[in-house]
Design a protein around this ligand. Sequence first.
Ligand code: DX5
Ligand code: ZN
Length: 218
Amino acid sequence: MSILAPSILNADNMNLGSDIQEAIDAGVKRFHIDIMDGHFVPNLSYGPELVENFKHDFPNMEAEIHLMSNNLEVTIPAFVEAGADLLEFHYEATDEVEKWLNYLKDHHVKAGLVINPDTPVEVVKPYLGQIDQLLLMTVKPGFGGQRFREDSSERITQAKKLITDAGQDIKIEVDGGIDDKTAEIAKTSGADVFVVGSFIFKKGPIAQQILKLENVLV
Ligand code: DX5
Ligand code: ZN
């Protein structure tokens, strides 16, 4: 079963709550919250208070935190404390992947590992026993509204094989440039979770855009 995770990065900041509510009314159960630290990526977004407010106002919604930061000593505990249900951090951001995966486990937060489009997929192999989700970036992280990279399908297929060979039950997520066309391509290659930003929040009525995606994700 495919999961749709709208990224609020491209929602209307001045009407964030109502954009989120519209997506919920259209059937969404999980939101993807992009955290950018201005250092690991050349952009800044939200702090932990946004996540706290989100969980306060929408307690039944899953908060999936995509942490684009390499100051993990500070940022991981802060977002765990703020109420992350699932936290995914970048392989490229730390030499202590295992330590942070253990930290998330100890704090009962689902763990995700993220790799950039230029990072070889095999690097995740040693961690497959410890993660719930693998996020394959389909654009260079930092900004919404970029083009889906053509080599992504091959990477998804490769990741799917690694996971199957390891006998693990790990969801493959894609993030960046996903619309109704690229979602279909990614799904055919083996993706399970689809992060969608601008296509949902910038290209037409939210409910209508979600319906377009659901039509290809069923
Ligand atoms: C990019 C972020 C994405 C982004 C997706 O760094 O990780 O989640 O917001 O936006 P779109 O769907 O517009 O590419
Ligand atoms: Zn993201």
